[in-house]
Write a protein that binds this ligand. Structure first.
Ligand SMILES: C[S@@+](CC[C@H](N)C(=O)[O-])C[C@H]1O[C@@H](n2cnc3c(N)ncnc32)[C@H](O)[C@@H]1O
Length: 187
């Protein structure tokens, strides 16, 4: 069966992340991706996770504690637009994941926005290792979602092909705006 965008995002991350890597969860939410990343980088790696909602940080901290993965994870109760100053300048990033949209079963008005998403991407690209990947899963069915999809699409499409490979993955015959995945890989 074809993988959902969410499932495929984990496949793309798993392919490149090894023990000891430094990685970013740009939208921690309930911490599903943070826990997944923490498992992949192991006790010698680092996960940096960001969210503007306190409840997201609380939920993620609990999830990590439950599975004994808290130690090498830094949870930032601040937006991913602060990545550049939050993470030490000399740290190279192997992979990052963005789940853009709102947190399901939570306040639907707290959404990721084009401007801050762009700032985060601008900060991550220079730190990305060769063969490193940034995966974005874009939910766009809500108010404001189309603008963010446009930003991500334009941003990805204009990256120079000499330096980056970029793909999109989407189901084109499904109802209700299924998420669209983008993956940027540094050459
Ligand atoms: C679709 S959810 C993420 C789901 C998450 N990956 C999970 O496993 O549960 C999007 C999240 O982005 C967060 N968010 C909104 N603006 C943000 C920003 N500027 N920086 C970081 N996170 C932000 C929201 O609070 C929300 O929790």
């Amino acid at each position: 069966m074809l993988q959902t965008a969410l499932h495929f995002s984990h496949t793309l991350l798993k392919e490149v992340i090894a023990e000891g890597d430094s990685v970013v969860d740009a939208t921690m939410g309930n911490g599903n991706d943070t826990a997944f990343l923490a498992q992949l980088v192991g006790s010698t790696g680092n996960v940096y996770a960001f969210d503007v909602q306190e409840q997201a940080v609380i939920n993620t901290a609990k999830k990590l504690a439950d599975v004994n993965l808290s130690e090498h994870v830094q949870l930032f109760h601040q937006g991913h637009e602060t990545i550049d100053t939050a993470i030490d300048k000399d740290i190279l990033i192997k992979a990052a994941i963005f789940n853009l949209g709102y947190l399901p079963k939570s306040d639907k008005t707290i959404i990721t926005t084009p401007n801050t998403t762009k700032q985060a991407l601008d900060a991550l690209l220079p730190r990305l290792t060769t063969k490193g990947r940034i995966v974005l899963v874009v939910y766009y069915g809500h108010a404001g979602g189309e603008a963010e999809l446009t930003l991500v699409q334009d941003y990805c499409q204009t990256l120079p092909q000499e330096s980056y490979s970029v793909l999109t993955y989407q189901f084109i015959n499904q109802r209700n705006n299924p998420p669209i995945l983008f993956c940027i890989e540094k050459k």
